[in-house]
Ligand binder design. Structure first.
Ligand SMILES: Cc1cc2nc3c(=O)[nH]c(=O)nc-3n(C[C@H](O)[C@H](O)[C@H](O)COP(=O)(O)OP(=O)(O)OC[C@H]3O[C@@H](n4cnc5c(N)ncnc54)[C@H](O)[C@@H]3O)c2cc1C
Length: 398
């Protein structure tokens, strides 16, 4: 069978895969994206209320691929970040600091957007791009690489020849495995609960991180839900505690969450479904193989702190597409993939190390580590050059 030919094959139609397909398509490359899951449903937004905070630099990519104008009306600006350090149980507030984007000359740190809406709007925008084909219900199965191209076999028997295969097929990436690229994993014994909550007090577009034993409890502002102020909640706990919490009845869960948030948003109530994931740091041993590039969770999974996950992924995609734009004939070649590897590996490794350390310090119940945490928070916030450097690094600005 003669395979179909495209410039770029993308495995995975999550947020990262769709962003990669749109960015390559917008640059003029032909793209085939395959994902074994069904296409995002038109009403998915109403059922799945999870969200992602897109930091300022992510907007550049979304603007370039023509998505920002569609997403902007649904995006909740993040006007400040409040960090609350607590100790003991029930948690007692020891220290509070507020970080303002005005320090960096920006109006907001970023925008929170519902995942399902972002995905649906991306699919709609891509449908208008003649260079990009989205193939749902079909996954990547195997590959054969050659110097000039990669041959991809999809489930269902379709074969594709591409100059570059992009692995955006998530943390258990089949394409990464087929390319023979291993991963290094650190486990923490923690699980994260992610859901939407409504609360009595307004969030004033401030995102809050409350530290206590077990990990961070993060609230990220959302538009009102059922006429009440609402936030996306990302709640890390030691594994057994997370499982116990997930099994509580709604009233008991609401009480536990309100207590964990130190009441800063008033009484809280969960709405919609609850997702639970193990917290890991997982970094691929290499970002590239012959004619293959890894992006997003196929390349790096980070604990959900400081909105680094997808934002780091968008840096990967922007870097890969920029290299291809600069040398279209060299797409997927050794020089281009070498430049991608050397351009991204350092930033990913640094971010993974920083978040790993931050998570270990944040979750600790040990008194000396807690003291260090309080000292660190004061230092980072109260010394302006340190504060600005950390804020810039967190946003992914150079
Ligand atoms: C609780 C939580 C909160 C988070 N909050 C934030 C945040 O605020 N900001 C932020 O930047 N990041 C955040 N992250 C991280 C962010 O959600 C992830 O980085 C991002 O969703 C992962 O996107 P992805 O496209 O790489 O992977 P996925 O979303 O996992 O997508 C992978 C896709 O690959 C497909 N696939 C699987 N197998 C195959 C195959 N064989 N062939 C083809 N396709 C395949 C799957 O069907 C799926 O659609 C958070 C993560 C968690 C767990």
């Amino acid at each position: 069978m003669t395979p179909e030919r495209v410039d770029v094959f993308v495995a995975g139609g999550g947020l990262a895969g769709l962003a990669a397909a749109a960015a390559f398509g917008e640059t003029g490359f032909s793209v085939l994206l395959a994902d074994p899951s069904p296409p995002p449903a038109e009403n998915e937004h109403d059922e799945d209320l999870r969200s992602t905070a897109f930091l300022q630099p992510a907007r550049d990519l979304l603007e370039r691929i023509g998505l920002w104008d569609t997403l902007a009306p649904h995006a909740m600006p993040l006007d400040a970040l409040r960090i609350i350090d607590t100790a003991g149980w029930p948690p007692e507030i020891r220290e509070t600091r507020v970080f303002e984007p005005g320090d960096l000359g920006a109006a907001s740190f970023g925008w929170n957007l519902p995942n399902a809406l972002t995905r649906r709007e991306m699919v709609r925008a891509i449908a208008k791009m003649p260079e990009v084909e989205l193939c749902w219900g079909t996954g990547f199965r195997s590959l054969l690489t050659r110097t000039a191209e990669v041959r991809v076999n999809l489930t269902g028997g379709r074969q594709v020849a591409a100059r570059l295969a992009v692995a955006a097929d998530g943390r258990d990436s089949a394409l990464r495995e087929a390319a023979g690229i291993g991963v290094r994993i650190s486990r923490y014994g923690q699980k994260v609960l992610a859901f939407t909550a409504t609360h009595a007090l307004g969030h004033a577009r401030v995102s809050t991180e409350v530290y206590n034993e077990g990990g961070a409890f993060t609230t990220v502002p959302l538009p009102d839900v059922n006429g009440r102020p609402a936030s996306a909640i990302v709640w890390m706990n030691d594994g057994p505690r997370a499982v116990e919490l997930a099994g509580l009845d709604p009233a008991a869960f609401g009480e536990a969450m309100t207590e964990r948030a130190c009441g800063v948003l008033g009484p809280m109530e969960r709405v919609g479904g609850l997702g639970m994931w193990p917290v890991v740091t997982q970094v691929a041993e290499r970002l590239t193989g012959e004619r293959v590039a890894l992006v997003a969770e196929a390349a790096h999974v980070l604990p959900p702190i400081g909105a680094q996950g997808l934002n780091t992924s968008l840096h990967d995609i922007a870097a890969l597409v920029e290299l291809a734009r600069g040398d279209p004939a060299g797409l997927g070649g050794e020089a281009q993939l070498g430049a991608y590897e050397s351009g991204r590996a350092g930033d990913i490794a640094l971010r993974a190390r920083a978040i790993d350390l931050y998570n270990r310090v944040c979750r600790s119940g040990e008194a000396p580590v807690q003291a260090l945490r309080r000292f660190g928070l004061r230092m980072v916030h109260d010394v302006p050059p340190v504060r600005m450097a950390i804020m810039r690094a967190g946003l992914g600005r150079r």
